[in-house]
Design a protein around this ligand. Sequence first.
Ligand code: TXA
Ligand code: MG
Length: 371
Amino acid sequence: MQTKLWKLETKRDQAIAEAAALIRKGEVVAFPTETVYGLGANGLDGMACRKIFAAKGRPADNPLILHIAEKEDMEALTKGLSPMAQALMEAFWPGPMTLIVPKSDKIPDVVTAGLDTVAVRFPSHPVARDLIRAAGCPIAAPSANKSGKPSPTTAQDVLLDMDGIIAGVLDGGACDIGVESTIIDTTGKDPVILRPGGITREMIKMAMGRVALDPGLVKKGETPKAPGMKYRHYAPTAPMLLVEGPEASLGLIRLAIMAEAHGLRTGVIALKATVDHFPKGGNFVIHNGGATLEAYAGTLFHDLRAFDSEGVDLILGEGVREDQMGLAIMNRLRKSAGHNIIWAEGGLLYHRSGAVPECLRTLVMEGMPER
Ligand code: TXA
Ligand code: MG
């Protein structure tokens, strides 16, 4: 299949109309949202949605998000909204928030993977909204990557995974937020975050007075309630270590120097303050994540993908504090690193979980101190 790439600087409306017509015909088209690019198909057409699963190589037990273009479009998709769901819609839509609500009977089972709930999102990106309006149906869309890879945040990153596999890509430039939407389960007493994202825990607490985190996100042995959260995800090809703790910055630099001394071409993804302290002239491949958590989130997936073509042997990532956007960033980074985690504190490095390359083991203490 020839994959069409629509640039939107000129003939924007015509491009969106063409993409919408393909969606109405049952084809799959990728489009930008404010979080990441989505892989869209008619959300009420089971056959079309099956094509999404095939294109991604996505397990059939992992349900899709339905994207709408007006708050009112929610009504037809649900058996009924709790006052909590309505308050969240008022507070945060359009925007990077997905709500889990009881599903209506007209949604095909393939979309919800047989669950009795459905995930719905009203994106704020103007291209996404115009596409959904023009298609005239809710658009089912997961992130537009092959299953297991980092989500794409540019049209070029979409093509790396999907060229020749889908009907087309609407190129709306780089996504603003860079990590996927916050998923909130509204079917219980309190709002429960199933996946942290652009709408932070603090923002939800502020608006609703209460918020919980799915235990499956934080406790070992608990199964996450969002089926997709249990899979290995966002994984670059080279092995990756995540450095966490109060001295993550310094610890990461020490590990990088050691890895380089052993001849490893080392990829680094870190905040600006850490990058500024790196020794000059080494054989490092450094991606500067910027000075703020928002900047770090914005380029995270693109940087992780870049390592695949930069031929690095090892990737070192810098952990951040888990408040505000830090919660979403750490959720993605830990998965990217396959939970290979080093803790830096008190001038020492500790092995927290996962694997450590042989050559770095002399630097790393076994066993964590009591705290
Ligand atoms: O920002 C986003 O949300 C992006 C853009 C394209 O909108 N989409 C996205 O979709 O990240 P995807 O498919 O990559 O992630 C959807 C997540 C999966 O973890 C899935 O298991 C979960 O939502 N999910 C979908 N329906 C659910 C349901 N009924 N109950 C619980 N989790 C659900
Ligand atoms: Mg995804």
